[in-house]
Design a protein around this ligand. Structure first.
Ligand code: DUR
Ligand code: ZN
Length: 136
């Protein structure tokens, strides 16, 4: 699917809007994500932290897991908005790689701009993904 600029900007807008629901009292780094599926639906997500710091979850995986649990597995693009244009962490890259190495990852600003754009493959080269898994 070729994504037009309006579609990308809408994803950034939604990622930014949902950021207000982030639960990030420890890092004070709220993150919002908006995931576009091939059926045209958008699933949003935020980071959700915990006093046991290892139990938090990122915005990207919240959005992806919401979509999976609603029966969606085909992902076209995800927009991520942070305070500083930060890229997804390694765990989120791995989860993205499970579903689509060609998915477009858009880093957006709180002003609604597109700061950078990469594919999952760009973010996680030589990934350990389902395509290279072989049973012994
Ligand atoms: O792309 C990112 C990077 C970080 N975080 C979260 C994890 C943690 O709650 C906080 C600080 O790392 O931001 C995300 O949700 N997505
Ligand atoms: Zn992450």
């Amino acid at each position: 699917m070729v994504l037009d600029q309006a579609t990308k900007l809408n994803l950034v807008k939604q990622a930014n809007e949902v950021r207000r629901f982030a639960y990030a009292p420890y890092s004070k780094y709220p993150v919002g994500a908006a995931l576009l599926t091939s059926t045209g639906k958008i699933y949003t997500g935020v980071n959700i932290e915990n006093i046991d710091f290892t139990d938090g979850i990122c915005a990207e995986r919240t959005a992806i897991f919401k979509a999976i649990s609603e029966g969606e597995r085909s992902f076209e693009a995800i927009a991520v908005v942070t305070n500083n244009g930060g890229t997804p962490c390694g765990s989120c890259r791995q989860v993205m790689a499970e579903f689509n190495l060609k998915m477009i990852v858009i880093m957006g600003s709180a002003d609604g701009e597109i700061l950078s754009e990469m594919t999952v493959e760009d973010l996680l080269p030589a990934a350990f993904d389902p395509g290279n898994y072989r049973l012994p």
